[in-house]
Ligand binder design. Structure first.
Ligand code: UN1
Length: 475
């Protein structure tokens, strides 16, 4: 069995133990044994990052560009193989896995360019004869804590801008999906990333993650995951004076109006709600449909959902791969039971026999927006269908959520689409598109309890990964 170690100060280091990485499509298959870091390993990684910081932050944009560009090229060249690894450890289908790896490569290439574009500003002082220079400097040592559902794209979209801006990094990937993060560490090492600049500390959130958040030698934490963990991290970052960026849940509405192209709307809803097994914080989990479209929409949605093939992520016929693990499957099934208790008619949703954690997508018909199934993030292939009278009620229901990540509308009305774009309380709006599936060169993030801190991705990523310095110059 292959073993995979942590990367600390440029060396591959054993953990306190090794844990198996299990394929959710076939739980008898172990992908490898992955090191688990303890607090001491995090301390060593933070020390290595601190020691590497002066060199890396002074290395200049060409060096940083070269490392990120080389990493992007290596990921792209291996995208089929890495996509397969991703599908084996996380369970999304092979095309989804290869697509995500491609996205990670594009992110590295984009931030290789951004390293060359970290411009400042120069302007005259209000006091005559004095100049003011505004520049961006690295934050320092940053800790990145990433979730299992995008095991290569999210580490890429945190690590690449962090490195482009001259920071040193500790990455702690989710316990369930360390394989892709290990590959990123290995590729960065092969790309000439100096020792200590990028450190990989695989391990448990409660051990390695907690130590990173508490560590006085780490200047900032970027986290993607649950609200409960994000809130704890924010409190601790306040206590230890760290900059913090949180991307948490969603309960994303997709509003379907009477005038929508119903086939296109059903495609967008099936994609948004069920692809990647519904395990996206951007998933369309509340399908809000106006009265006149409701019955036809539901018939088409149920038929399209029924056609989805659930199975092994590597099987070319599969549309919906397995749920990531037994805990998540148990949680999904309990929400499906709750939907019945709350008075919904449930279509689909059954467990599927097999060697993995397979579940059919579930549609909760007759849902209201007040039910728990419509308010809590399930993080599985489950969607509420909520009937509303008209656009105005639909908008109010869409906005009635503690989350505000992504919001979609399907309509042919320019007036409604434009009104929705302005008034949806969400960080991202999708018109005649699924709520999930985002570009890598534009900002990503939400409002309300979905997000905290500056946006990720695109040129906006620099807001989190740099500190602005203002200097005044008198001749
Ligand atoms: C996407 O919809 O393409 O954890 C990305 C998540 C999000 C990423 C979604 N941070 O699901």
């Amino acid at each position: 069995m292959d073993t995979y170690k942590n990367l600390i100060a440029g060396q591959w280091v054993d953990g306190v133990q090794f844990a198996p990485n299990i394929n959710p499509s076939n739980t008898g298959e172990v992908i490898g044994l992955f090191a688990r870091a303890d607090g001491g390993a995090v301390d060593a990684a933070a020390e290595a990052a601190r020691a590497a910081l002066p060199g890396w932050s002074a290395a200049g944009p060409q060096m940083r560009h070269n490392v990120l560009d080389a990493a992007g090229n290596l990921i792209m060249a291996r995208r089929e193989e890495l996509g397969r690894l991703l599908s084996r450890e996380e369970g999304k289908t092979l095309p989804e896995g290869i697509g995500e790896v491609t996205r990670a490569a594009q992110i590295f290439k984009f931030f290789a360019g951004e390293a060359l574009r970290l411009a400042g500003e120069m302007l005259p002082s209000v006091r005559a004869g004095i100049d003011v220079m505004i520049e961006r400097q690295p934050v320092g040592v940053v800790g990145l804590i990433t979730p299992w559902n995008f095991p290569i794209a999210i580490p890429a979209w945190k690590a690449a801008p962090a490195l482009a801006c001259g920071n040193c990094v500790l990455l702690k990937p989710a316990e369930l999906t360390p394989g892709c993060a290990w590959e990123i560490a290995n590729i960065l090492k092969q790309s000439g990333c100096p020792d200590g600049v990028f450190n990989l500390v695989m391990g448990e959130g409660s051990v390695a993650g907690a130590r990173m958040v508490a560590h006085p030698g780490i200047d900032a934490i970027s986290f993607t995951g649950s609200i409960a963990t994000g809130r704890d991290i924010a409190v601790q970052c306040a206590q230890t004076h760290k900059r913090v960026q949180l991307e948490m849940g969603g309960k994303n509405p997709m509003l379907v109006l009477d005038d929508a192209d119903l086939d296109a709307a059903v495609d967008a809803c099936v994609n948004g709600a069920f692809f990647s097994t519904g395990q996206r914080c951007t998933a369309s989990s509340r399908l809000i449909v106006t009265d006149a479209a409701h019955d036809a929409f539901v018939d088409k949605l149920a038929a399209a959902t029924d056609r989805l093939i659930v199975g092994d992520a590597l099987n070319p016929d599969t549309h919906i791969g397995p749920v990531v693990d037994q805990n998540q499957l148990t949680q999904n099934l309990s929400y499906i039971a709750l939907a019945r208790e709350e008075g919904c008619e449930v279509t689909g949703g059954g467990e599927v026999d097999g060697p993995g954690f397979f579940q059919r997508p579930a549609i909760f018909l007759g849902a209201s927006n007040q039910m728990r199934i419509s308010r809590e993030e399930i993080f599985g292939p489950c969607a509420s269908v909520i009937r509303v009278a008209d656009y105005e009620e639909g908008l109010a229901v869409a906005n009635d959520s503690e989350f505000g990540l992504s919001a979609g509308i399907c309509t042919a009305s320019l007036r409604c689409a434009n009104h929705f774009r302005r008034h949806a309380k969400a960080g991202m709006v999708m018109v005649n598109l699924p709520t999930a599936g985002v570009d890598y060169h534009v900002p990503f993030g939400g409002t309300k309890r979905s997000s905290c801190g500056p946006r990720e991705q695109g040129a906006y990523a620099r807001e989190f990964y740099t500190v602005v310095k203002t200097s005044y110059w008198s001749p």
